[in-house]
Design a protein around this ligand. Structure first.
Ligand code: FMN
Length: 181
């Protein structure tokens, strides 16, 4: 996985802070991590945290000028070896499933031909909703890799499925996708 580029999408789940540990694990393994956050994610974890840990600026705004002629989302989409969305909200999963692109991350999703890995995290009822389940099946049938959620006490106070899986298990799965060297 050394030297490979992961575009790490972080969305507005309460579990967004756990992307910090994942970023550290990836960077320690020599991965080039480029973090892309949704606006909602920036309300839960400060971009400066992920910027410092990834050692690169964090991208949030689709319209931000990057000094290049090429739009930032195309550069990130083309250069990614893996697009990983950790954690993935019900909203972003729905946007991916239906090809809608209102923000930077969803534009990258449509523009990339890299492998796509998605680790959902949400309230158990949101996860069990037929709309979310249908959207997850669409992504699975499209060939994307979905990571199972974990069971336990959710941040919303409910017990059950929907927790972001342990970061170590997500890291191991990404390692197998990227190759362990
Ligand atoms: C405190 C808080 C925690 C949230 N946690 C989650 C979550 O774990 N999973 C989820 O799907 N949505 C969660 N939401 C709702 C999303 O933030 C909301 O649907 C948002 O529009 C997602 O935008 P994004 O997909 O662009 O990040 C949470 C909202 C709040 C206020």
């Amino acid at each position: 996985m050394k030297g490979q580029r992961v575009v790490l999408g972080v969305t507005g789940s309460i579990a967004a802070y756990r992307a910090a540990d994942l970023t550290s694990l990836l960077v320690a393994a020599g991965v080039d991590v480029r973090v892309v956050m949704t606006e909602a994610a920036t309300k839960i974890v400060a971009p400066i945290t992920l910027q410092t840990l990834s050692r690169h600026p964090v991208a949030v705004d689709l319209w931000e000028e990057n000094g290049n002629w090429e739009p930032g989302h195309i550069e990130l989409a083309d250069s990614a070896d893996l697009l990983a969305v950790v954690p993935a909200t019900a909203n972003t999963i729905a946007l991916f499933a239906h090809g809608m692109a209102p923000n930077l991350l969803t534009n990258i999703y449509l523009a990339t031909r890299a492998k796509v890995f998605i680790a959902p995290a949400m309230n158990g009822k949101m996860l069990a909703h037929p709309a979310t389940q249908a959207n997850l099946r669409i992504l699975e049938n499209r060939g994307h890799l979905l990571h199972e959620t974990a069971e336990g006490m959710l941040a919303c106070g409910y017990e059950g499925k929907g927790k972001l899986a342990p970061v170590e298990s997500i890291f191991e799965r990404m390692k197998s996708l990227l190759g362990s060297d």
